[in-house]
Design a protein around this ligand. Sequence first.
Ligand SMILES: Cc1cc2nc3c(=O)[nH]c(=O)nc-3n(C[C@H](O)[C@H](O)[C@H](O)COP(=O)(O)O)c2cc1C
Length: 139
Amino acid sequence: MKVAVIYASTTGNTEAMANAISDAVKAAGAELVFGTADSADKAAVTSCDVLLLGSPAMGDEVLEDSMEEFFASIEGSISGKKTAIFGSYDWGDGQWLRDWAERISKAGAAAAAKPLMINLTPGDSDLAKCKDWATAAIK
Ligand SMILES: Cc1cc2nc3c(=O)[nH]c(=O)nc-3n(C[C@H](O)[C@H](O)[C@H](O)COP(=O)(O)O)c2cc1C
């Protein structure tokens, strides 16, 4: 199985989540395509069986710019893919992930797990949660 973990992060919080998630993907023995949204290869990502995509809440409950640009570029090519989303936030209630999940559903992709949100910097228990979430998402 091939799994993509692609993320954007402005201060490292979503990046820490992505690192824990990729550790779990590797531990499960899956092939990993890992990187940031601003350098991700669209063809390599859409060739994966499962897409795990991360972005912090930015602007007013929207995706970080580079993830918005990357996701828009693959949005028409993810029908039938197993996809799950994650990210860090501060003061909101997760609207950015609910909106993103709706776009993913409208694109015809299946949710591999519920969206995972962590407040600000993930602590040890949050990172363990990220690993468990990834392990379940790629089953
Ligand atoms: C310009 C800006 C806009 C933000 N907008 C939101 C928001 O709409 N909702 C929210 O919950 N947090 C918002 N935040 C907080 C970030 O999501 C939070 O700091 C997060 O931990 C950043 O993760 P990162 O280090 O992966 O970029 C915003 C932060 C900045 C700097």
